[in-house]
Structure formats: structure tokens, C-alpha cells
Design a protein around this ligand. Sequence first.
Ligand SMILES: Cc1cc2nc3c(=O)[nH]c(=O)nc-3n(C[C@H](O)[C@H](O)[C@H](O)COP(=O)(O)O)c2cc1C
Length: 225
Amino acid sequence: MNLLVVNASPRRERSLSRRLGAAFVAEWLALRPHDGVVQRDVGIEHPPLLTEAWIAACFTPDEQQTPEQREVLAYSDAAIAELARADLVVIATPRYNYGMPAALKAWFDQVIRIRRTFRFDRAEKTWPLSPLLSGKTLVLLSSSGEFAFGPGGLRERWEHLEPHVRTCARYLGVADGHLHHVAIEYQEFGDERHSASVRDALDGAQELARRLARSEPAPGVRATG
Ligand SMILES: Cc1cc2nc3c(=O)[nH]c(=O)nc-3n(C[C@H](O)[C@H](O)[C@H](O)COP(=O)(O)O)c2cc1C
């Protein structure tokens, strides 16, 4: 199998979401040492933001695209090809301003591409799911300064990270039961609740890796909150 790991934190050694991602991958490789792991570091190397030229290129049939238009779409082409090769996608990300960091949103903007990864179906009055990640699994590993973003939690109404990633993932073909979320919380507090959250999330990420690597059913996990 091929794993694609998308890291979205601009922090390196201090990043908690990167720690979760590393723990997941290490556990996975302990069970499946011959699997491939590709790293796409959008937190350090930002995907380009969309431009008018990008949009125009997207809507231009392939055979009519100019060399400049093909160049404008080169990042998107490479990122989509990477996703297509992945059997399992791991997104390790901070929560910024209650949602995903701009760099991760920019990556989604590059891979959710009209005429390439989805098409309008006006007759059906619906947007069909893309086959790109159909039947595949997405693991979301997040870190937040605050806490209680889960169902019934104090900040449930401010939770725009998981629902947004879930919607984008669904657009790419990931079924709801195939998205798993493990979260670190309380980073801003730096107290015992945070230490416990880090421990639980590391355990949760490793347990999830073991289950998925053995192809056991894994429930949608939220380690804390
Ligand atoms: C610019 C910025 C915005 C943040 N916004 C939020 C937020 O809205 N809610 C929250 O719970 N934590 C917020 N945090 C805290 C981060 O989610 C937390 O520090 C997390 O551990 C960062 O991920 P990392 O450790 O992988 O870098 C923010 C941090 C920064 C730097």
C-alpha cells in the first residue's frame, strides 16, 4: 500500500500534529515495512493560491491548453497524481482560527479540480462524488489550543476543522465511515489535561494505525474532548 502524509503545520520539531503523524506512520511501518510513504509538506512548502489564470486553464479542454496554462496547472497535476497513487491519506494539521490552516485549504483547492477530479451533473441536480479517493481511507490528525470541539462539547458550534475536511474528502470520494479523526487538545493550557490529551492521542493514532494496517474495522476515533 501507499500512504500519502500531508503535513500542514508551519512548525517543525515543536509541532504536535507532526508528532501524531510520525507516530501513526512509525506504527504502520512496524507492521507493514514494505509499504511506501510519500510526504507532502504543505505547511512548509505552500501550495500556490488559485488565480484567474488557474481557473481559466481548468476550464480549457486539455488539447487546447497553452504551455503557459499547463505550467499553471503543474502543481495541481502533481498533487492529484500523488493522491491517485495513495491508498490511505493522512492529514496532520493544526487548528487555526477554528478551521484548517490556509495552506491546507490551498492544497484542497489544488486537488478538487473541475473536469479533473469532479464534474457538474446538471441533469441530476447533484455533484457526483469523485472516484479519486473512492473506497479509500482518510486519517485526520489534529492539534488544537482549546478543547471540547466534539459532539455536545462547549465549542461544538465553533468546530470548522473536521466538518470542512470531511466535506472536502467526501467530494474526493471518501465515504463518511472511512474518515477517522484523532485530536490533541488543550495545547494553550499546557497543563495535565494537555499532557493526558497528548498521551491519549498518541495511543489513539497508534491503535488506529494498527487496526487499519491489519484491515480491521476502525470506528471514527476522537481521542479527547
Ligand atoms: C495562528 C494560530 C491560530 C490558532 N487558532 C486556534 C483556534 O482557533 N482554536 C484552537 O483551539 N487553537 C488555535 N491555535 C492553537 C493551535 O491549534 C495549536 O498550537 C496546535 O498545537 C498547532 O499545531 P502544531 O502543534 O502541529 O503546530 C492557533 C495557533 C496559531 C499559531
